[in-house]
Ligand binder design. Structure first.
Ligand SMILES: NC(=O)c1ccc[n+]([C@@H]2O[C@H](COP(=O)([O-])OP(=O)(O)OC[C@H]3O[C@@H](n4cnc5c(N)ncnc54)[C@H](O)[C@@H]3O)[C@@H](O)[C@H]2O)c1
Ligand SMILES: [Zn+2]
Length: 352
């Protein structure tokens, strides 16, 4: 097992390794003490892992209750959030008690938001079960639900008290969900530098998932520690996401987040190489790694349509767009461009 210590407004450990669900109760009790624990999970994860997690919590002395919602992004709404709050109230959870998010990014984001707001904030623990949740959403304290007007539009910063990532849970992930996580891992490789990137090129995710997840968390930790509230360095994590979010929108959310990020990352790599911002070889390596992971690298939408979608992004700054520019592996920087120039960037990146 590997442990990464995160320093933000709350300090906490992220533990990564096999078999952690079986022993989550004692690990959580050691950090939070015992009391009531409400486990929030979805309808796919519940039959796979809820019994193991709940039994461990009960053995450690927690009074456990379970809230299960229908799996999928479509559940990440104010309605489900409201149902969770009511469930917590019905079970009389107090500020001394705990919420446990067991599942992927949808569960973690929504349960985290409930924990951030119920009684003005109770503690919560993340038990991520997808690759994406392990390397990205469970660390850093961003919690949210979607609004009809857009994704993650209502939320809060609320750091967990502990993150336990049981790498055994990845074995049941559908291939497509696994690949979505790979896209964020490739992105992290480009940001973090040669060491992680070349490990990925050598196929280390399959052989040493624990090490790869831990390295990704270490990178995210370093960014969050400097910029918890996303006003500076944390914007680097948006690499590939401006074009990616636009692709998600243009597909009517028919393309998953991970695949859209892969398309966006590939487009940025091509544009940066075309503009001489990074060596052609850097772009080739990024494209090859995405392809090896079974991810799409073509951006099959019109540049004009994508640019218009990007201007509705919540990360827009007036009529300017912050873009993460690739200068090399481990050498990325944020550059803010006039919104109208983005169409050209996209065209150079291969958009139609
Ligand atoms: N908070 C953040 O910083 C942050 C960062 C990135 C993404 N996100 C959010 O994360 C969400 C996407 O996360 P996700 O891809 O994990 O989605 P998800 O939680 O919907 O999980 C994807 C699917 O996999 C299933 N699943 C989960 N674990 C499983 C397992 N071990 N075995 C089999 N099936 C399993 C789920 O039931 C679901 O159907 C989005 O809502 C996104 O906005 C948040
Ligand atoms: Zn992402």
């Amino acid at each position: 097992m590997r442990t990464i210590h995160v320093t933000a407004s709350r300090e906490y450990d992220v533990c990564v390794g096999p078999g952690l669900l079986r022993e989550c109760g004692e690990r959580i009790a050691a950090v939070c003490g015992t009391g009531a624990a409400a486990v929030v999970t979805d309808s796919t994860v519940a039959p796979l892992y809820a019994d193991t997690a709940c039994a461990s919590l009960e053995r450690a002395g927690f009074a456990v209750s379970r809230f299960v919602f229908p799996a999928g992004e479509a559940s990440k709404t104010l309605k489900t959030y409201d149902d969770i709050l009511r469930f917590l109230a019905e079970n009389r959870l107090t500020r001394a008690d705990l919420l446990v998010a067991l599942g992927g990014g949808v569960t973690g984001d929504m349960a985290g938001f409930a924990a951030a707001t119920y009684l003005r904030g109770i503690r919560f623990v993340q038990l991520p079960t997808t690759l994406l949740a392990a390397v990205d959403s469970s660390v850093g304290g961003k919690t949210a639900v979607d609004l009809p007007a857009g994704k993650n539009m209502a939320g809060a910063f609320h750091q967990p008290s502990l993150v336990l990532c049981d790498t055994d849970t990845f074995s049941t992930l559908p291939g497509d969900v696994f690949r979505d996580g790979c896209a964020e891992i490739v992105k992290t490789g480009v940001l973090a530098g040669e060491e992680l990137f070349s490990l990925l090129e050598r196929g280390a995710l399959a052989d040493r998932p624990e090490e790869i997840v831990a390295r990704c968390v270490e990178y995210k930790r370093s960014v969050v520690a400097e910029d918890e509230f996303d006003t500076g360095k944390r914007r680097l994590l948006n690499l590939g996401h401006t074009a990616g979010h636009a692709a998600e929108l243009c597909s009517g959310y028919g393309v998953s987040h991970g695949k859209a990020v892969a398309m966006g990352l590939a487009a940025m790599a091509r544009t940066c190489a075309a503009r001489g911002l990074c060596p052609a070889e850097t772009a080739e390596r990024i494209l090859a790694l995405l392809e090896k992971a079974g991810l799409p690298t073509a951006l099959p939408y019109g540049a004009r349509e994508l640019a218009a979608a990007a201007m509705s992004d919540k990360k827009r700054e007036g009529d300017r767009l912050p873009l993460v520019v690739i200068q090399g592996i481990g050498r990325c920087r944020v550059e803010t461009i006039p919104g109208e120039e983005f169409e050209t960037w996209l065209r150079e990146g291969g958009a139609l």
